[in-house]
Structures are given as structure tokens and as C-alpha cells.
Design a protein around this ligand. Structure first.
Ligand code: SF4
Length: 342
């Protein structure tokens, strides 16, 4: 059986050609799967019964069960726990942003990057998600949202490091932005990485216009290597150089994620050093106030310090936002995903 949602557009075309189907059937079928998000072939009224039964013998759709859905009382963020047939589970989070939802997708079960502030790191690494398992999270979201709701953005920022599961993460993004598949604009898809240089360089050679976000979180090698072991491999200087060389289309900027941790990286001196680091880089900065959890012993700075940090950057013309991290009461905020029942 072919795992249908792991196929790209050309592979779907080939499959339908092999089954003796005319080309127009491809887009007809894909519209049911991706535009309507319907995985029940019985509902495909404009697809002949013969073709449906042929496809039932040939392909399968993503296999998952929704084990739990937690609702934040604070901001209606929802966290879905999905379990796959092999017993592994991942979490995906839906965060209300204006009138739409932003969905945070996981790319791995666990993670091997070992960031010391992150709950996912405490699970260790279990395995990569397939393309269809990454997309399964989007199907699961459609099952649980209200009829008037819509996911408007996808951020690859959930459990796992997307560039450590490079092929599958990139293939999932291509399905999300393909006009005959999920049809989202590239402006609404963001890949977030802890800074794997090889992966960023490889990404720079793809013709993939999605947004890029970097979890920077520190202003010198000592600080960053302590928080993020990935930094020990190449260091901050090489990372910033790679980002400066990253080809950006005219309207795009790189998003710098900076987690503010009390008395660690939140001083005025840190803010000034961050300004120096960002020199020559087209970027905006998202300041994320640390979300406490059971897996690490860090603390959040108070609001005054956060605003002061923002002011120092903004005064020098750096677009700086304080990003609200949704769902901290259900452990759904940045750095809190731990797939607790996996
Ligand atoms: S922050 Fe991201 S890269 Fe780092 S351990 Fe957590 S999931 Fe992995």
C-alpha cells in the first residue's frame, strides 16, 4: 500500500497514470484530500466507484488517532496529542492569531538537539516523522476545530528539529504550498531551526520561498553552547555569517527567536550585544518570555526587564516583538512540548 500523503505532486500524477487515469482526475482527487481535508473516499461524489475501489486497494491515508485535545482556559490555544500505529506520539498546537489559527507542527518524536530549556529534549530522540505523519497533524486539526475556524499559518516549531529530518520536513512544506495540494501561500509557512548550518546551507539552495526562523537565544558562544549544544559544532560567528549569506527575496526577513531567561540573557548588556550580532542581517526579533516547566530550572524575567530589552533593540531600528506564547496552562507554549503520554 502506498502512503498517499507522502507523495509529491509529480508522484501522484505518475500513480494516476499507472492506474490508467486521465490527468484531470489528479486535481479532482487532490482537492478532496487537501482542499477539503476529507479522508473518507465514500464522500468523493465526483470520483467513480471503480476508481475509488482501485485506490482503496492501492493507497492509504495517514494513520493516527487523536488521543487527547487540551484547551487553554486563557487564550483558547489547543494542544492535540496524536498517536501513530507504532505507539509513538507527538503533539501539535493550534494558537489563535487574530481571526485565524497558527498551527505548530512537530517533525520528530523527541529530539536529539538537547537544548537545556526544552521539555522535548528530555524525551531524547525516538524517530523522524514521515511526510504523511507531519501532514497528519493538519488533518487532525481540521477534525477538532470549529466550523468557522481556519488554520492560516503553519510553523515548523513543534517537537523535533526540522532540519534534522530534512527531506521529510521540506517535502511536507512543498505539499502545504503546492497550489494543487494544500495551496497555502509561502508567506504563511515558517521553518524554525536551532541553527544546523549544513541544513541552512542546503535550504538556501532549494527553491523554497518559505519563512526562516532561527532560535538564537544567546549573544555569545559560552551562553549559547550552554543552552543549545548544537552551537558547539560551529559557533555563533559561523551561524551569523551563514544567515547573512542566506538568499532572501526582497520582502523577506529572517526571524530571530530570542528566549528571555531571567538573569541569564536578559540584561541591557545582552540586548546591546544582540544588536551587534544582528548587524548587516535583514531580520526581525521575536522576544519569547521563558515558560517554566518541570524539565528545566530557569525562570522568566519580569515585564519591566522584557520591555527594556525590547526598547534597546527597537531604538536602533530593529523590528522587535514580544511574542505571546499561547497555552502555557496546558504545557503547549514554546519549549513545553513533551508528548507526555508517549
Ligand atoms: S528547542 Fe527544538 S531543537 Fe532544541 S531540543 Fe527542543 S525541539 Fe529540539
Amino acid at each position: 500500500m502506498i502512503d498517499f500523503c507522502s507523495l509529491n505532486y509529480q508522484q501522484v500524477q505518475r500513480l494516476f497514470a499507472d492506474l490508467g487515469q486521465p490527468k484531470f482526475r489528479v486535481d479532482q482527487f487532490l482537492a478532496w484530500v487537501y482542499a477539503k481535508g476529507c479522508l473518507d473516499m465514500d464522500a468523493y461524489t465526483n470520483v467513480s466507484k471503480e476508481l475509488r475501489s482501485l485506490l482503496r486497494e492501492t493507497i492509504h491515508f495517514p494513520r493516527y488517532t487523536i488521543e487527547s485535545v487540551q484547551h487553554s482556559r486563557v487564550d483558547n490555544t489547543r494542544k492535540i496529542l496524536l498517536r501513530f500505529p507504532d505507539g509513538h506520539a507527538v503533539e501539535t498546537v493550534l494558537i489563535p492569531v487574530h481571526s485565524k489559527l497558527s498551527q505548530c507542527l512537530s517533525t520528530q518524536v523527541g529530539c536529539k538537539m538537547g537544548c537545556t530549556f526544552c521539555a522535548t529534549a528530555s524525551m531524547g530522540f525516538k524517530r523522524n516523522l514521515s511526510v504523511s505523519e507531519i501532514l497528519a497533524q493538519a488533518f487532525a486539526a481540521r477534525e477538532i476545530i470549529e466550523p468557522h475556524e481556519r488554520v492560516g499559518n503553519f510553523v515548523f516549531m513543534g517537537m523535533g528539529e526540522p532540519l534534522d529530518n530534512y527531506e521529510n520536513s521540506i517535502a511536507a512544506i512543498k505539499t502545504i504550498i503546492h497550489p494543487q495540494m494544500m495551496g497555502y501561500s509561502h508567506r504563511h509557512v515558517t521553518l524554525s531551526t536551532c541553527g544546523i548550518l549544513k541544513g541552512i546551507r542546503r535550504l538556501s539552495r532549494e527553491e523554497l520561498p518559505c519563512n526562516l526562523a532561527i532560535s538564537l537565544h544567546a549573544v555569545n558562544d559560552e551562553q549559547r553552547s550552554f543552552l543549545m549544544p548544537v552551537n558547539r559544532a560551529d559557533g555563533l560567528h559561523a551561524l551569523m555569517q551563514t544567515l547573512r549569506e542566506f538568499p532572501l527575496s526582497s520582502k523577506k526577513v529572517i526571524t530571530i527567536e530570542y528566549l528571555l531567561i531571567r538573569d541569564f540573557n536578559d540584561s541591557t548588556d545582552d540586548a546591546k550585544k544582540l544588536l551587534q550580532l544582528l548587524r548587516g542581517l535583514r531580520c526581525k526579533v521575536n522576544l519569547i518570555v521563558y515558560n517554566p516547566h518541570d524539565y528545566a530550572d530557569y525562570h522568566a524575567p519580569d515585564e519591566k526587564r522584557v520591555l527594556q530589552f525590547q526598547r534597546i533593540l527597537a531604538e536602533k531600528g530593529v523590528m522587535t516583538f514580544i511574542r505571546k506564547s499561547g497555552g502555557s496552562d496546558i504545557d503547549a507554549a514554546c519549549g513545553q512540548l513533551a508528548g507526555k503520554s508517549s
